[in-house]
Design a protein around this ligand. Structure first.
Ligand SMILES: [Zn+2]
Ligand SMILES: [Zn+2]
Length: 279
């Protein structure tokens, strides 16, 4: 499978030369199966550029999953071009049992007077589907989920194909229990042996001490999870809006130090809004 990041920033989009390398767009991840089935997770501002590319490619069918509906994960949806194409077919899954009906949630966000075009009046064919059973199968991709430890709930995802696995856990606070959240050991089991784990690593330990309970992890906890789960690559994600490029580099450097103890050492990098991976 191919994994492509279109936005790695958290909370609010940012712009300026200080954010040049890691980018300012918020959460959006594209996953393609070996047969080119298209799965998108979250509609942060990064989804705008993905929508432009899909339109250029004439790509009209996709499945869209959401981790949760905080602003930074839905903000780009009104500017996702396929929504306005009558030939586009979009299957939509929320986090049933966690955040409620995704169609109703999006209809609340994308509605006058907040936005002129109501979600319920879009020309594309949008199908709101219920997640049935333990896993979801999309072409050759098998998708499982786990509840996030985050205010207002949410879901993290594991996507597998031909023995390769990608785990996406953003907006997940490992050292604080939010309602519905799981234990560290349960997250470690969910991430076990992943080829790529992309995890929330918004804070330094010093910053985290002042922001406990805000719903995000520090780099040390993200590194401990990667190590405990024996993942091959850890991708730091949900970069703080104040974090300049050099600051993100520093997070990677510190994270590598933590990872370099005894046992297999996962590789560590920070996602940019152009990162792509062939798994
Ligand atoms: Zn977020
Ligand atoms: Zn959130």
């Amino acid at each position: 499978m191919k994994v492509r990041c279109w936005g790695a920033r958290g909370s609010i989009p940012v712009s300026g030369p200080e954010y040049d390398r890691y980018g300012g767009d918020t959460t959006c991840i594209e996953i393609r199966s070996k047969n080119d089935a298209l799965l998108v997770i979250d509609a942060g501002t990064g989804i705008r550029r993905l929508g432009c590319q899909l339109t250029e490619q004439g790509r009209l069918d996709l499945t869209l999953l959401f981790t949760h509906t905080h602003w930074d994960h839905v903000l780009g949806l009104p500017f996702f071009k396929p929504l306005y194409n009558p030939k586009a077919r979009i299957k939509l899954y929320g986090s049933p049992g966690l955040q409620g009906n995704i169609m109703k949630l999006l209809a609340r966000v994308m509605a006058p007077p907040l936005f002129p075009v109501p979600f319920t009046a879009l020309p594309s064919k949008i199908e709101g589907l219920a997640w049935q059973g333990e896993s979801l199968q999309l072409d050759t991709l098998r998708i499982t989920r786990i509840a996030l430890s985050h205010p207002n709930l949410g879901a993290g995802y594991r996507i597998e194909e031909d023995g390769k696995s990608f785990v996406f856990l953003t907006d997940n606070e490992l050292s604080h229990h939010h309602r519905g959240g799981r234990s560290f050991d349960e997250y470690a089991a969910f991430c076990q042996g992943a080829d790529l784990l992309v995890h929330d690593a918004e804070y330094t330990p010093e910053e985290y001490a002042e922001r406990r309970g805000w719903g995000h992890s520090d780099i040390i906890d993200a590194a401990k999870l990667a190590k405990a789960a024996g993942v091959k690559v850890l991708g730091l994600f949900h970069h703080n809006q104040e974090r300049r490029d050099e600051g993100v580099d520093e997070l990677v450097r510190r994270c590598r130090e933590v990872l370099s103890g005894p046992g297999p050492v996962p590789d560590c990098l920070a996602l940019t809004q152009h990162s792509s991976f062939d798994l």
